[in-house]
Ligand binder design. Structure first.
Ligand SMILES: [Fe+2]
Length: 170
């Protein structure tokens, strides 16, 4: 049986091992951000109380599935780049701003926390896009599509916040 030859061009080429490993590390960070966002959105789609909370609850319920899909895409890409998707023991939580508020009717706390999480994702994904520009078009393309989802989420929650601010509650 003939041995397979490794890719001569592109991000899978031996020459690009170092760049590839750097991309894998960025993808791992992105993967954990998505996983933590799933956890935080489950929490914050269930805890809030009150009539006004329903809009936020429904919105976050939908986002959970989308963020989970992002996590799966990042994990797939880690494997495609010869990385290993990390196990749960490697996880470190960072979303201090999305912990349950003191009062479960404090919807503004949740809205601001979501905006903070989306902003963090947007910053990191822009960095991934910049780094993969010209070196890894597949990751580049994938992260551009995910970035659009995050920008959409942030815009939606900025709209919620504006409404509360207009009422003098934020
Ligand atoms: Fe996401």
């Amino acid at each position: 049986m003939a041995t397979t030859r490794s890719a001569a061009q592109g991000i899978l080429a031996d020459d690009h091992t170092e760049t590839r490993e750097q991309i894998v590390e960025m993808l791992k960070k992105a993967y954990w951000m998505e996983i933590e966002t799933v956890m935080s959105y489950i929490t914050n789609s269930i805890n809030p109380d009150g009539v006004r909370a329903q809009e936020i609850i429904e919105s976050l319920q939908q986002d959970i599935q989308e963020e989970l899909g992002h996590a799966q895409q990042f994990a797939e890409r880690i494997k495609e780049l010869y990385g290993v998707v990390p196990g749960s023991m490697e996880f470190t939580a960072e979303q201090s701003y999305l912990q349950p508020p003191e009062h479960q009717t404090d919807i503004v706390h949740v809205i601001k926390g979501v905006i903070e999480a989306e902003t963090g994702a947007i910053e990191h994904y822009n960095a991934v896009i910049e780094f993969t520009e010209g070196t890894d078009p597949v990751t580049n393309d994938m992260v551009i599509a995910i970035l659009r989802d995050e920008e959409g989420h942030r815009r939606l929650f900025e709209g919620y916040l504006r409404e509360y601010e207009a009422e003098g509650k934020a």
